[in-house]
Ligand binder design. Structure first.
Ligand code: MG
Ligand code: MG
Length: 271
């Protein structure tokens, strides 16, 4: 069932989304060669704690997971697509990191992710990340009253495929509300004009996941969480929580711009 949110609830969800935005900005500032993934998780924990927010990631255990998630941040490095578990790994020059964070504030959830390169980026990684951001922007542009879920999915998938990237099936966006994962699912590929009609008050997480090598296959790492590309190529992931309103899409997890700490490798960050 899809719950339509009131305007005041959407405002409350914006407040939760802003905590997520601040956490991701802080993580990005802290991410540098030699910094460990667990240290980045600590950075995000501090932002959530300062805001009085809870983490919907910490202790999360969906049906596919063998153990509760142990962190407030997913850190997916290089060939990891999503759901990477922060551990003692120290970032190296040129690593492509996807950071995914959630927050629950006053009972409302927000969910967002960014991808960026630590240190000196490879041109192919810059292109991959730029495409992820463009796919996200296209999905948000399609998140309009009167459109359908398939229009969002089609917009996202078209950008990814046109650039030659793989799109892992089975994972994608979702409704957001009092819980982080609600109905409806928002696939990263689909047919326009199909699926549920979008209405004022729906809140969706839109989250393209791109495989640089162009194949769709993925598998789970031994930790029971991390999803890795089958072809060993790098992956990128971008996500915003977006409210569908009569006045157009409202990005609830928008990050404050400009952020002088942001490297020039994320041209579309904070759309
Ligand atoms: Mg997320
Ligand atoms: Mg999500």
């Amino acid at each position: 069932m899809v719950e339509l949110k009131t305007d005041s609830s959407i405002d409350a969800m914006y407040a939760a989304g802003q905590v997520v935005g601040r956490a991701l900005t802080a993580v990005r500032r802290a991410a540098a060669v030699g910094v460990s993934l667990r240290e980045l998780d600590e950075v995000a924990r501090q932002v959530l704690a300062d805001a009085g927010a809870d983490s919907p990631f910490l202790g999360y255990r969906p049906s596919f997971a063998t153990a509760p998630f142990p962190a407030v941040l997913c850190t997916s490095v290089n060939d990891a697509i999503v759901h990477g578990v922060p551990d003692g790994y120290r970032l190296r020059d040129g690593d492509l990191l996807s950071a995914d964070c959630g927050a629950v504030l006053d009972g409302w959830a927000g969910d967002s992710a960014i991808s960026f390169v630590v240190g000196e980026p490879r041109p192919e990684d810059v292109r991959l990340i730029e495409t992820a951001e463009r796919a996200l922007a296209a999905g948000i542009e399609a998140a309009r009253v009167g459109n359908r879920i398939g229009d969002i999915a089609h917009a996202v998938g078209t950008v990814c495929r046109a650039a030659g990237y793989g799109v892992p099936q089975d994972f994608g966006g979702h409704g957001v509300g009092r819980r982080m994962h609600e109905d409806p699912p928002v696939p990263n590929e689909g047919r326009p004009g199909r699926g549920m009609r979008l209405r004022h008050g729906m809140v969706l997480a839109i989250e393209p996941m791109l495989v640089g090598g162009g194949t769709d296959g993925y598998h789970e790492a031994g930790d029971g969480w991390t999803l890795l590309t089958d072809d060993g190529s790098r992956a990128a992931h971008a996500e915003h929580t977006v409210a569908i309103t009569d006045r157009g899409p409202r990005i609830l997890t928008a990050r404050q711009q400009p952020d002088p700490a942001l490297a020039p490798t994320a041209p579309a960050a904070g759309v």
